[in-house]
Design a protein around this ligand. Structure first.
Ligand SMILES: NC(=O)c1ccc[n+]([C@@H]2O[C@H](COP(=O)([O-])OP(=O)(O)OC[C@H]3O[C@@H](n4cnc5c(N)ncnc54)[C@H](O)[C@@H]3O)[C@@H](O)[C@H]2O)c1
Ligand SMILES: O=P(O)(O)OC[C@H](O)CO
Length: 331
């Protein structure tokens, strides 16, 4: 890759720009607010999201999306899932004819129940094989600190997946290619909902058996939905499935788990939002995932209960009782 645009100067957009630059690509980050872009240009840091991280010299920034995208052969999308459609509609006219679009987002769109790559194909009018999904156990702060991690680069076009794989390979970041875009995206979206449940359980001081049961049964419902939508069940045993689920549930850095801890302490959705003020994608995606599961006749009991706690004010203890009193069945 000769040059890349990273659209979104949040934690993961900024850390991913560093990965691309460390792997040898010139990167322009688009920041919504000019002071953030100016700080990246002048001081090589993002004061709002990763203040302690020094960005490589190959990274610059602008608040003009057209300037960031112009001439970029890799366009990385790193905005919240629910704003992607609106953001991308403003940017489509700037895309180079054969640019590869990379999705970093882990969410499902409310209302349409579309995966992020589907939103990109629809909004940018590009074929699906130009969209690459990056997903795995990738907490932004750890990657920015160059702690070794692996990830998945998924695309239906193997050549494009390999190009992006090369563009993000560094001594601390190891990408694997995969052609199962559906499975990788669902793994990333559902793990945020299960991490909310894990956070709730953590705040309720429930034990490791409870937490392991949540992870395992959470993975089971992820795989059920994935198979119904055409994913390869093996994907859920990989980095974009189990790997990301374990990282997100077990890390205090996770915004979804942290959000769940607030709910588990008895806070309302509004109180938890005021206390965290960060994007916890699972809070909205649980609604879309519940709808997607119902449309496809898939049972997702943990997702259903997380949605009730988040959006219907159901008490976490009642949600736990509801999960434990379901009819017994084979594993
Ligand atoms: N942070 C991580 O560790 C991490 C890791 C892997 C994947 N992800 C995923 O990557 C995506 C982006 O995550 P992030 O951590 O960079 O997000 P973030 O919330 O830290 O930042 C999102 C960026 O989008 C910008 N933005 C643009 N338009 C916006 C709008 N209309 N409303 C609100 N913000 C707008 C914000 O200003 C911000 O710079 C999410 O889907 C997330 O699940 C995050
Ligand atoms: O902070 P979270 O909960 O959005 O999780 C971040 C990443 O998705 C972990 O891979």
């Amino acid at each position: 890759m000769t040059s890349a645009a990273v659209l979104g100067a949040g934690s993961w957009g900024t850390a991913f720009a560093k990965v691309l630059a460390d792997a040898g690509t010139d990167v322009t980050i688009w920041a919504r607010r000019e002071p953030v872009a100016a700080a990246i240009r002048e001081y090589g840091t993002n004061p709002d999201y990763l203040p302690a991280v020094r960005l490589p010299e190959r990274v610059t920034a602008t608040s003009d999306a057209g300037k960031a995208i112009a001439g970029a052969d890799l366009v990385v999308l790193a905005v919240p899932s629910q704003t992607l459609r609106g953001n991308l509609a403003d940017w489509t006219g700037f895309l180079a004819p054969d640019a590869t679009l990379v999705s970093l987002m882990k969410g499902i769109e409310l209302g349409t129940t579309k995966r992020m790559s589907e939103v990109i194909v629809e909004t940018a009018g590009v074929p699906a094989d130009r969209v690459v999904v990056v997903s795995g156990p990738n907490l932004a702060a750890e990657i920015a600190a160059e702690q070794p991690a692996a990830t998945v680069v998924a695309c239906t076009d193997g050549t494009r997946a390999t190009q992006v794989q090369r563009a993000v390979t560094t001594p601390y970041f190891r990408p694997y290619t995969n052609d199962d875009v559906v499975g990788c995206e669902l793994g990333g979206a559902v793990k945020n909902v299960i991490a909310l449940a894990y956070g709730i359980a953590t705040a309720m001081r429930l034990g490791d058996n409870t937490k392991a049961s949540l992870i395992t049964r959470g993975l089971a419902e992820t795989a059920r939905l994935g198979v119904a939508l055409g994913a390869d069940p093996l994907t859920f045993a990989g980095l974009a499935g189990l790997g990301d689920l374990v990282a997100t549930c077990s890390s205090p850095l996770s915004r979804n788990r942290t959000f769940g801890e607030h709910l588990g302490r008895g806070e309302t959705l509004e109180q938890a939002q005021a206390a965290t003020r960060q994007t916890a994608e699972g809070v909205k995606s649980c609604l879309a995932l519940r709808d997607l599961a119902r449309t496809h006749g898939v049972d997702m009991p943990i997702t259903e209960q997380v949605e009730l706690v988040c959006h219907e004010g159901v008490n976490p203890r009642s949600a736990l009782i509801a999960l434990m009193s379901r009819e017994t069945k084979p594993e």
